[in-house]
Each structure stands twice: as C-alpha cells, then as structure tokens.
Design a protein. Structure first.
Length: 218
C-alpha cells in the first residue's frame, strides 16, 4: 500500500518554498482585514452545516488567537482539537489513517509524532516567507493527519494562526479549503502563492474600504 505521508515528506524537502512572490519588505504588517475571513467562514458555511460544530470551531479559534505568543506544537494543536471536537483528550493517532474516501493512506512509524513536531517547529523559521510557512503547516497537518477526526479544521486553524503571529488576518479563507493531493509536486508552491494572493487582496480591500463614520452622541 502506498504511504502518502512518506510521499509528502519527500516532496516537502524538494519544494522551492523560497520562490514565491514576495519582496524584502513583504508582506506589509499588520494586514488587518475589514472582516475576519475565518470567522466569516465559520458563521456562514459551518453554521449552516452544523451549529454545534460551528460554535466549537469558533471557540477553538478564540483559543488560537489567544495563543499567538506560543510556538506551534502538537500539544497546542491538541488543545484546540479538544475544543473543535468537544472531547477531553486529543492524542496523536495510534494507527494508519485514510482520507479522500480511502484514496490516500498515511502510515505511522515510531518516530512519526516527533517528526511532525519538528515540521511544526519550522513555522518559526524567519528565513522563509510567511506565506510558505503557513501553507506548509497546513499541508503538514493534512498529510501527517495527526488526529482521527477534524484534521482539515485543524489545518485551517493552524494556517491562520501562523499568519496571525505576524499580524496578518485574511478577509477570506474559502479558497484554502479545497482538497489537495499529497503526491502533487506543484501543489505546495501553488498553495503558498495562493496565500500570497489572499494577503494582497485583503490588504487592497482593507486600504480601499471607507473610513468608519465617527459615532455621534445624542
């Protein structure tokens, strides 16, 4: 059986993460949206699908926003995941995992949890563009698949968390939620460039938004 986690780990080392659209002073920080894109996604798409799920995801997002002074680790993800799923514990999976209706298989070796934490630690590497670090964390969670359930939600939360640590808030996140295959060698760089585009569009819309009218007391 093909182990798509091994394939991802091989591709991950070959992706030109540095070669995305960015300049020496990019992105302009802070990038503050006129609306919070993840909150909007949760209160529209997730709320319509399952109100209880949406409430839990909003609560986990509140936790993530409060944790931005901390590095991204499995332990931190697990705390959010407990809230996302409404459970008392969220350990690393104890067996192989499957996704995409069984088309992808992610193996488990004794060193898989430790390797996952090493990958998450790389989100702190200032030598890489922030969009690449956020995109790579998203894909790491998708393909390490650390939890039995809720990995897509965890991945999106982590991506927004990595950006928030640099004072970047996207005004839309829906384009990020498409399924991505582990074996696509061009997909990771494309995702990083998509994050760049979302940041640029957020900044443009924020700059062009009208100033709020001053409140007039009566």
């Amino acid at each position: 059986m093909i182990d798509h986690l091994r394939i991802w780990c091989q591709i991950r080392e070959q992706v030109p993460w540095q070669d995305i659209r960015h300049g020496p002073d990019w992105p302009p920080a802070p990038v503050q949206a006129h609306r919070d894109g993840l909150t909007h996604q949760i209160t529209t798409v997730d709320q319509a699908r399952d109100p209880a799920r949406a409430r839990r995801l909003l609560a986990a997002y509140d936790q993530a926003r409060a944790d931005t002074a901390s590095p991204l680790t499995f332990g931190l993800l697990a705390q959010w995941q407990q809230t996302i799923l409404g459970v008392d514990d969220a350990p690393f999976r104890n067996g192989p995992a499957f996704a995409k209706a069984g088309r992808e298989h992610y193996g488990l070796d004794p060193d898989t949890p430790a390797l996952f934490d090493l990958c998450l630690a790389e989100t702190e590497d200032p030598a890489l563009p922030i969009a690449s670090r956020a995109a790579r964390a998203y894909l790491d969670i998708c393909f390490f698949h650390p939890f039995p359930d809720g990995n897509a939600r965890s991945a999106l939360l982590a991506l927004t968390f990595v950006l928030a640590k640099q004072n970047i808030v996207l005004d839309q996140v829906a384009p990020l939620t498409l399924q991505r295959p582990a074996h696509d060698p061009d997909g990771p760089q494309a995702l990083a460039n998509l994050v760049v585009t979302l940041i640029e569009n957020t900044q443009r819309r924020s700059d062009s938004a009208p100033e709020p009218k001053p409140h007039r007391s009566t």
